[in-house]
Design a protein. Structure first.
Length: 228
């Protein structure tokens, strides 16, 4: 029998950190090393759009920024039941692990369980190695980890709201790219069906109506060109 091919080494935060041109200072009492890590969220693109040749699209932090603004505009029927500052915090934390993991999409050959393991490992690293000794502020390392775990569990109304906002932000970006690049991103429409809260379903319906009108106009323009 032939020998088994060697298995790939286990992914860890350190396996990515070791490739960075500048080392990150760990176990500091200053939040500055953490601030430097966040720069990666500004420069790492959301990968789902690259398959459509949108190579200069939104970054991970672009996505989270608009999400955080959206949480502050929750309709009254929702805002009266939500801790909105907590929701804004969750929107800004939920993809923080992608600073080292990157944006893993459903078409990538990485299982959901492995994606979850990697993200949990990064959040543990952030909370302990980067923020574990940092005093003060309204968001300690343990707080960040707790907010991330709450989002992942998706059991509280706040987490369910932020999950819906996550999907809603994608729908907005989908239509905006269809407008700008004149391409069909229909494959992302399924996200709308996975929005659960009625108030966010209403937001989604507005965007989907915008998209419907956009494509009706384009079809009419195309028909006019063909007949001329």
């Amino acid at each position: 029998m032939g020998s088994q091919p060697p298995s790939e080494p286990l992914w860890t935060p350190q396996s990515v950190l070791s490739t960075l041109p500048y080392p990150i200072d760990e176990h500091s009492t200053s939040p500055v090393p953490f601030f430097h890590l966040l720069e990666r969220l500004k420069t790492t693109k959301r990968e789902g759009w690259r398959r459509f040749d949108i190579n200069h699209g939104e970054s991970i932090s672009d996505h989270m920024y608009r999400m955080s603004i959206m949480t502050m505009l929750a309709p009254p029927s929702l805002s009266s039941r939500l801790n909105l500052p907590h929701c804004m915090k969750m929107a800004l934390v939920h993809d923080m692990a992608e600073s080292l993991v990157g944006d893993i999409t459903p078409v990538d050959p990485i299982k959901k369980t492995e994606k979850a393991r990697r993200e949990a490992a990064v959040m543990e690293y952030i909370s302990k190695s980067l923020l574990g000794r940092v005093p003060g502020g309204m968001l300690s390392g343990n707080d960040i980890l707790a907010v991330f775990n709450e989002y992942e569990a998706n059991e509280t109304l706040e987490a369910q709201f932020v999950h819906d906002v996550d999907k809603m932000e994608l729908l907005l970006q989908m239509v905006e790219y269809e407008r700008s690049y004149e391409i069909d991103l229909e494959e992302f429409l399924g996200v709308a069906k996975r929005i659960h809260l009625p108030e966010i379903q209403e937001w989604a319906a507005t965007v989907l109506k915008e998209r419907e009108d956009l494509w009706k106009t384009r079809q009419a323009q195309s028909a006019t060109k063909e007949s001329s």
